[in-house]
Write a protein that binds this ligand. Structure first.
Ligand SMILES: Nc1nc2c(c(=O)[nH]1)N[C@H]1C(S)=C(S)[C@@H](COP(=O)(O)O)O[C@H]1N2
Ligand SMILES: [Mo]
Length: 259
């Protein structure tokens, strides 16, 4: 696992409870006289309990998904959902080996980006062997390589006001483009990467070529394939039907699919 510690901390601090919890401590220790009163002591200890609980919650969200070894790889990593996006535009990208594919990084960023696959491969890379769990009842272990999403958000200078990251895809199911989203804790998780390789080979079309999300603390449908855009937003209102994902908008799949 490489780098990202400092920016990740700073970004995470904005994302949630850490700042509030840390900010409360100096105030507490500066009021020793008042804190001797039993009622106040009780309230203060309740506060500490709550700080611990929120920190625990944050740490759990932060924990790494299990990583496996090459010996554990599934012989075939099956495909699910779209296996080949329809249309001439995608076919043209296939014909040119995705040389002109671009991933737009937009929304609440100070530095919007348009990344080529060469740009993505030139960044520091992470490889991880993890288990994919689909709600339809199958799992597979695969090895994924690509840059951490956190690095890309850092390069795009994501703003403090960003609370969610939306992932846009090239494929339609019916009339609608597939999309997904996550909060900043998952976006900045060290195992959240944009993968362009599976088992040390270029990502197969069926698995999301040229680029797909791996968001290892979430169920399969969150792992958006055929990525065309990454958008930082303050709210999911007005995106699709507002529930944060293609399936969330249509059936009873939860937006938060943490595992
Ligand atoms: N763009 C896009 N992403 C997608 C899907 C899809 O149909 N389109 N299916 C999802 C589901 S339900 C699963 S289980 C995984 C399947 O990934 P795989 O095809 O590599 O097995 O991709 C997810 N991401
Ligand atoms: Mo799935």
């Amino acid at each position: 696992m490489s780098g990202l510690i400092l920016p990740r901390r700073q970004l995470l601090a904005r994302a949630g409870g850490l700042v509030a919890a840390a900010g409360a401590l100096p105030i507490l220790s500066g009021c020793d006289a008042i804190s001797q009163a039993p009622a106040v002591r009780k309230i203060l200890s309740m506060g500490e309990e709550m700080n611990r609980a929120s920190q625990r919650a944050l740490m759990d969200r932060d924990a790494l998904a299990r990583e496996f070894t090459a010996a554990d790889l599934s012989p075939i990593f099956r495909s699910n959902g779209t296996k080949l996006p329809a249309g001439d535009a995608y076919a043209a990208h296939v014909a040119t080996a995705f040389a002109n594919w671009r991933v737009a990084v937009t929304g609440l960023v100070a530095q919007p980006l348009s990344l080529s696959m060469a740009d993505i491969r030139a960044m520091p890379q992470r490889t991880q062997i993890t288990r994919h769990d689909c709600v339809e009842g199958w799992s597979a272990i695969g090895g994924w390589t690509g840059p951490q999403l956190g690095r890309i958000l850092e390069a795009a200078k994501v703003k403090d006001s960003a609370r969610y990251i939306v992932f846009r895809c090239a494929d339609r199911i019916g009339d609608a483009l597939y999309y997904e989203s996550c909060d900043m804790i998952d976006a900045l998780h060290p195992q959240t990467i944009l993968a362009w390789a599976l088992n040390n080979q270029l990502l197969p079309i069926a698995n999301g070529a040229p680029l797909r999300l791996r968001i290892e603390r979430q169920l399969g449908y969150k792992h958006a394939k055929y990525l065309t855009g990454i958008e930082a937003v303050a709210s999911l209102d007005g995106i699709g039907a507002g529930k944060g994902g293609f399936w969330e908008d249509r059936i009873d799949y939860e937006w938060y699919a943490g595992i």
